[in-house]
Design a binder for this molecule. Structure first.
Ligand code: IMP
Length: 432
């Protein structure tokens, strides 16, 4: 069985882009199943450094077909810009397909994202402001515009009445609730027509392509975005994104049955980060947190915001493993912890004099939890750029082993830097 899901196991930004690029060498398909251009993937390879948001991270391998699945929301301007930039740098984008069921982030979604955030005041979620949440709201509210609709955006009897209905609704909210400027229906339709024309070569029903690949037993990499702790159901609600970054989202976001997913690869950073609001129990407000941020340059790829940093949280990690059923773990950015005299792992929480081993549901409770740390000796010898297991310092291996033990899943790959070759394969996960 051929599908391997690469899942963000924490609060996003675990370094999935590099891992997907690395694992894609053994695959024929890389398919994205959730999120939008709130995600930011950085890939560094022999062609240079690429930071993108929507195009799957497998695009650099000539044998790979990249698919943006139905569970993704696309901002056409962002996608077209990424396609153009890739083409300018000589990357073949004819291997990119976009599901006709993918929902479109419309300009009113971006506006509403900003207006809603402002209205939330002190309890703002800290969204990326890309219109992702409002686009998913319209999908579920059955007033969304899909990529396939863009292909008939000039039609006055099919497309226009649907757009007119939703624009009227959005304008009423924008003008009455937020005293903002309304959108012009004609201008929006014209933009949809243009997007449809420019994206037409990429838009098609992608489920049959995926189903045929599965029937041929080709290797598919299911590329997750964001992280499990940001999942709309399983994350730290309401401080979450509006999609399902956990493995369940892959079935819905691509139209595939669960039994074809034989490998669920959980990507963990060697420490914790979070961008935006919401609880982060191991957050460090001291010099150590700042040292991690500066060493790792923990600033958002999409928004440039500083990420909140802290020690590895094994309570959240165990929960994430339970939700996703990880079969393998990947540990990224181990090199960031090089040279610390000691490193800490949160093994439980303390709340009101009691020890908690499980992640509480309510953020108000999680906010009050204090981490219980286990302290492990740090390592002097660098792990940065090491590409074989024997080259890793004994104490770094001990740290990785403790994380494995706490989660109960083996670490099969360790990333020691942003480049493809800065990777330690402990056990190959995908056979070519
Ligand atoms: P939204 O997805 O833009 O609505 O933002 C909701 C929450 O998810 C905010 O806390 C964002 O910072 C966070 N978020 C969304 N996408 C990412 C990501 O790719 N990495 C990390 N955090 C993200």
């Amino acid at each position: 069985m051929p599908a391997f899901a690469v899942i963000g196991a924490q609060w996003g930004d675990e370094g999935k882009g590099k891992i997907v690029d690395y694992l894609a060498q053994h695959c024929q398909y890389v398919v994205r199943f959730s999120g939008g251009n709130n995600a930011g993937h950085t890939v560094i390879n022999e062609m240079g450094e690429f930071a993108f948001h929507l195009v799957p991270s497998g695009i650099f391998w000539p044998q790979v077909t990249c698919i943006v699945g139905n569970g993704v929301v696309i901002d056409p301007d962002v996608l077209l810009d990424e396609i153009r930039k890739l083409q300018e740098r000589g990357v073949d984008t004819s291997r990119l397909l976009i599901s006709d069921r993918t929902h479109v982030i419309m300009p009113y979604h971006v506006r509403l994202d900003a207006l809603e955030e402002r209205a939330r005041g002190g309890s703002a979620i800290g969204t990326t402001g890309k219109g992702v949440g409002p686009a998913y709201v319209d999908k579920v509210g059955r007033v969304g515009i899909r990529a396939g609709d863009l292909l008939e955006a000039g039609h006055s009897t099919t497309f226009l009445p649907r757009l007119a209905h939703v624009v009227k609704q959005k304008n009423a909210i924008i003008t009455s609730v937020y005293q903002g400027e309304p959108f012009s229906l004609e201008k929006l339709q014209a933009r949809c027509v243009e997007w449809g024309q420019r994206l037409a070569p990429y838009i098609r029903p992608t489920e049959p392509v995926v189903h045929q690949a599965i029937a041929r037993k080709e290797n598919l990499l299911l590329e997750g975005a964001q992280g499990t702790m940001l999942d709309v159901d399983h994350g730290t609600y309401p401080f979450v994104t509006s999609s399902s970054p956990s493995v369940g989202g892959a079935c819905i976001g691509l139209g595939i049955p669960p039994h074809v997913i034989t490998g669920v690869i959980g990507v963990f950073k060697a420490y914790s980060t979070r961008v935006g609001g919401g609880p982060l129990p191991t957050e460090l407000h001291d010099a150590t947190g700042e040292a991690i941020r500066q060493r790792a340059w923990e600033y958002g790829t999409t928004t440039g915001r500083p990420r909140r940093c802290g020690w590895f949280d094994a309570v959240a990690a165990r929960y994430s493993a339970a939700v996703n059923g990880f079969t393998s773990l990947v540990l990224t950015r181990l090199d960031v912890l090089d040279g610390f005299p000691s490193v800490k792992v949160c093994v439980a929480y303390r709340l009101d004099g009691k020890t908690l081993n499980q992640l509480p549901t309510n953020t108000s409770v999680l906010d009050r939890c204090q981490p219980v740390y286990e302290e492990l000796p740090g390592w002097d010898q660098p792990t940065a750029s090491v590409n074989h297991r024997a080259g890793l310092p004994e104490r770094a291996l001990r740290y990785a082993a403790r994380i494995e033990e706490l989660i109960g899943v083996p670490i099969d790959l360790i990333s020691t830097g942003p480049r493809r070759e800065e990777t330690v394969v402990v056990r190959p996960m995908i056979k070519a």
